[in-house]
Design a protein around this ligand. Sequence first.
Ligand code: ADE
Ligand code: ZN
Length: 322
Amino acid sequence: MSLRDLPKLELHLHLEGAAPPSLIRGMAKEKSVDISRVFCEDGSYDFRDFVHFLSVYEAATSVLKSPEDYARLMTAVLEESASHGVIYTEFFVSPDFCGGSDVTAWREYLHAMEEAATRAEAQLGIASRGIVTCIRHFGPDKAKPTALCAAETAGGWITGFGMGGDESVGHQGDYAYSFDMAREAGLRLTTHAGEWGGPTSVREALDDLKVERLGHGVQVIQDLALVDRLIEEDIVLEVCPGSNIVLGVYPKWDRHPIQALRERGVKVTVSTDDPPFFHTTMTREYEQLARVFGWRASDFHEISQTALDAAFCDADTKARLA
Ligand code: ADE
Ligand code: ZN
């Protein structure tokens, strides 16, 4: 079986970050929005570093203006994922971009996304769930209405709460109120930590937000005592190697710590983060892991099992995916 056809589970995918450039360009044209600064001459997304990436991401997202736009986006992304053998995806979805974290507006966007996801599951066999995500550089006060959106819509397709954005802004603990609200609503928790903020950010995520998964988490390798804590506490990493290489967290694939973390006993999974931004797909991530670290079918099977165990969906869904 080719790597493309291997069944895959992806736990870390930003919905807007997965938008095909052609879809964003088409929507910008339909709405006469000028976002030419978002693209390179070859039509791909154009950014020079992480902070610029976040700004280009938000500019591209600004053309998504209605629930129908989000339904089109969801359909396009799930079709692309399914074509790479993905059978289950967890999306980071952001009420901040969907009606400004107003609960009534959010319900309409969510309804449109869920309908598209249900259709894709019936037609393509790809299951999905949503993780409501606050955006760190928007600040703790903006995260509270986002957490309320999450709490008010918890229980169905929305199964988690998380945080993305610029990890250098403030502290994980500044967002504890929002994470507590989400936990009390029954949501599972993850946050971006240890992508840029090193072991300190990871420690804060565990102590102050009490998350069970970490987005990226890879910089924990700088503190082996903390690595051992991740193992003891069964914390799972949502590793996105291709993203880390393009954004410059690591200079080259063979310097990426995914293999070292795994060999020490950390539970790792593999995702694409924002695939068109990073010129990647789940197939490409698998191909690179096979090329650089010699991963074979048994290694890919192990990370799929880890992802299934750590997924934020219910036991019945897991039984169907197994
Ligand atoms: N939002 C989208 N991609 C992200 C990343 N790699 N880190 C933090 N926030 C993000
Ligand atoms: Zn991410």
